[in-house]
Design a protein around this ligand. Structure first.
Ligand code: ZN
Length: 297
């Protein structure tokens, strides 16, 4: 199944994207794709419900905005330097064990929403990534059982402000957490749709020019290893996101480095996970207020 959420920011409705790209409203079955939905075996129930209700479920127009395919999770865990080529271009050593950091969950937005440059931003950068969405609560799980706890996968752009991340004191989280810095989707693909997470092509373009072109086969630590690894340090809850790192081709690695400017358009995609597109817009006090006043989901 491919799960979507559609509607205005903060008021999204759950839906499903069918094989022929029809968008179905499934709000008669579930209120939202949140922690409770995944914890209560919602994916199994939804699949069953669709067997009987696909024909009668309301259709959703293609023009309706897509939100993040999941409600705001308890955490977004990110993996740093997980591709050999990206570690090299960042002039950082290949890590002996995964580097992990957080993104604020308030950075989550829809796949085609504008990227709002943070106040005082100077070095805003792109990172195409495979995001793992957890389906069951877990801690201290082994690599060979890790995928049993995964609900599915989604396309993610792990936006970064490199001054905040690398040139200001302390931890990377400052450069990763601004509003709109985590466009997720267009949809969440359940695990059965992605038989091998170790061989997915991934790409990103800025203003129509390829900047990143790689594959998840370049990962240093694979998806099951990462899920197991993160669970050694924290309890993962249903709906939590683990973003698995980006390949080479970020702005920071270019010579000279090149960052996003107002008016730029970023497009990205991963095999079987669709494509997304963000237009870069300037920060304005009014837009910040809007984001801040959204209801809590
Ligand atoms: Zn990243």
């Amino acid at each position: 199944m491919k799960l979507i959420r559609f509607g205005e920011p903060g008021e999204e409705t759950p839906g499903v994207l069918t094989q022929d790209e029809t968008r179905l409203d499934v709000s008669a079955f579930v209120q939202d794709y949140d922690e409770a939905f995944f914890a209560d075996d919602g994916l199994v129930g939804l699949k069953q419900w669709l067997k009987e209700n696909t024909a009668s479920a309301p259709r959703v127009a293609q023009a309706v905005r897509l939100g993040s395919p999941i409600a705001r999770p308890s955490k977004i865990v990110c993996i740093g330097l997980n591709f050999r080529d990206h570690a090299r271009e960042s002039k950082m050593e290949i890590p002996e064990e995964p580097v992990i950091f957080f993104k604020a969950t308030t950075s989550l937005v829809g796949p085609n929403d504008d990227l709002v440059m943070p106040k005082n931003a100077r070095k805003v950068d792109w990172e195409v990534e495979l995001a793992v969405v957890m389906g069951k609560k877990c801690s201290y799980i082994e690599r060979d059982e890790a995928l049993e706890y995964v609900a599915g996968y989604a396309l993610h752009n792990d936006y970064s402000e490199r001054v905040f991340q690398l040139e200001r004191a302390g931890q990377w989280v400052k450069g990763k957490s601004a509003d709109t810095f985590a466009p997720l989707g267009p949809f969440l693909s359940t695990c059965d749709e992605i038989p091998d997470t170790g061989n997915l092509g991934m790409w990103l373009k800025v203003n129509g020019v390829f900047r990143q072109r790689s594959s998840t086969s370049e990962m240093i630590f694979d998806v099951p290893s990462l899920v197991s690894y993160v669970s050694q340090f924290m309890t993962l809850l249903p709906g939590d996101v683990i973003s698995t790192g980006t390949p080479a081709g970020v702005g920071l690695g270019m010579k000279p480095p090149q960052y996003l400017e107002e008016g730029d358009v970023v497009e990205l995609g991963i095999d079987h996970l669709g494509e997304s597109r963000q237009s870069v817009v300037a920060w304005q006090p009014a837009s910040a207020e809007e984001v801040g006043s959204r209801p809590g989901r």
